[in-house]
Write a protein that binds this ligand. Sequence first.
Ligand code: ADP
Ligand code: MG
Length: 723
Amino acid sequence: MSHELRTQAIAQITERLPLDKKAPKRIEELWATDVFTLNKMQACLPKGVYKSLRNTIQSGGKLDVGVADVVATAMKDWAISKGALYYAHVFYPMTNATAEKHDGFIAVQGDGTVITEFTGKLLVQGEPDGSSFPNGGIRSTNAARGYTAWDVTSPAYVMETDNGVTLCIPTVFVSWTGEALDKKIPLLRSNAAMSKAAQRVLKIMGNSEVAPINSSCGAEQEYFLVDAHFAHNRPDLMLAGRTLFGKAPAKGQQFDDHYFGVIPERVQVFMQDVEEKLYRLGIPAKTRHNEVAPGQFEIAPIYEAANVASDHQQLIMTILRLTAKQHGFICLLHEKPFAGINGSGKHVNWSVGNSTQGNLLDPGDNPESNLQFLTFCGAVIRGVHTYGPLLRAVVASASNDHRLGANEAPPAIMSVYLGTQIEGLFQQIASGNLGAADKAGTMEFGVETLPTFMKDPGDRNRTSPFAFTGNRFEFRAVGSSMSVSGPLVAMNTILADSLNWIGDQLESELGKGSDQRTAVVNVLKTVMEKHGAAVFGGDGYSEEWHKMAVEQRGLANLRTSADALPAFKMQNVKDLFANAGVLSNAELESRFDVYAEQYINTIAVEARLVVQMVKTSIYPAAVQYLSDLSHTIGSLKDIGVELDNSVAQSVAGNVTSMMASLGKLMDVMDKHDFADTEAHMQFCANTIRPLMDEVRTFADALEGEVANNLWPLPTYQEMLFLK
Ligand code: ADP
Ligand code: MG
């Protein structure tokens, strides 16, 4: 019976009809057609209103609420011209998800007729009944008012479904008492804090004109595609987003034949559909390729201002999932859907800059004389060292634990990779004299017809969680399913803190009469003395590093989320966020509560799935096979044929062990009398998870023994290789 589900799924995949051919469109026809862009506003708004809005969006000026009525009407007219009947305030609760509350434009008149209506007040402010969103104790349900407020700096857009269109308005989400309940407010605040500190330092360094500074983000998203026919027969994939069982296939990723391989046609058709939708939403999709694991792929857009990039990143995840369904796939954004093969991350590329100084993390051709770059880079080094545990905590989740801290990319130890050229400069600074940087040189191929080109001044290092990649830092420890906001907030805020510290030191050095260069070098020398331990250019996966980092350099190795999340409660982290005006102590505390609860809930769901799948699928299949074997062995004996019973013995042994482990798991699953949340998390990490793994070991062994025609679950081989 069960095998039939699998063979049916295979038949449905192989007999799948191609989707209707669509004529490819030119990018100019697609670009931002579904976005209420500045250009569209300029065309339909009175000049004064448009100027005021543009000033807020481009230069961060205060929003003039007086213009809201005019903008609302224009936005509504545009949305209705696209077919919209409803609008939605879109917000980003602390769960990594995107949330939306929909309301109609409908208004009924006294005479029973209807008109459409959308006022400035409705645009600017909404009140979703958000009492069910996790808020970490900020609001009790009897005081549950939550407001959404229009974020004018992130453009409104329409989302199309088969038979309707909705106007979507990016918003922030706050409590009645004004506390941030979402991921957007802290991001906006962290950007402002970083801008203020950076402007201060740039002024101390002699710049008279310094425009506001913005952080930028370009996020590379990894994901898996599994045919829906298989995924729908895997309760674990459907509810937990990852396989809780599954024997490794005979062939995995050992040939590296998938990485950057030719994209399978069905997947390419899917990708092009995704890109078309993203272009219409004004999201600059740029890169697509196969990833390391079979069935794994990547998409990356061109970087944008962090706030917009973050909203766009949420949309990318939504569009990937939606489009996958239309193509008969399930898109898995989980960090580790399949044990034993590559997991998925989201590399967050981050830089800061403005219109007057440009990208402050760009070393230029002569980094040794680029004091501004060295100062900002030094600030990052100090930040990563001082707040390493925080950087680990903002990427902590039950699912990301399978990457960080497991034997796979990147390690849970937070260090910075600078590349040989820049690391060399900082070593020179540490030893007290800053000379010249190594030059990059050119690349020759030894073939006349090939061009000569300039080499990058530093190689890449894939094993570092936090790497300088030429003109930005790449935070690689971020999980594939996460919002990029948390990591961006942390990076902006630690940069603000370090820049302020550096600003103080520079002022004091300059006050003593040092010249600019001496002052900077002296301050950075102190940075290297105190924080150079975080700079590491070697192999981040190696055992030596794990030993050296902890024992000699005093860096934390927080393997699980249970170890990492308490960083939100450290005094220096509380002070960091409070001083920068990014998160009050209560807001920070609420984040710990929400993330801890998510961690505990995730593991609870997985444990329940383990019990369900063993009892209702795996155990029945194994005993059915035992029954078949014992009948055959008995019947053969009757006719005088002796069949070796070692297979039956082994299956019976694995069934017995599996059920014994399952019994142990069931005994501890519902324990709830913990001293505190920290203890509960540790119990999940160190007792429940290992028992789930123990059950799995026996179940996977059974998958290798039980007759294929009895095995109920789609296999790794089927899910990873059949497209
Ligand atoms: P990789 O070689 O790291 O895989 P990709 O091209 O896949 O590179 O992705 C790199 C990402 O970094 C893209 O989103 C790109 O737009 C972004 N990026 C490039 N320059 C910057 C910058 N200065 N600041 C932030 N992000 C950047
Ligand atoms: Mg990439």
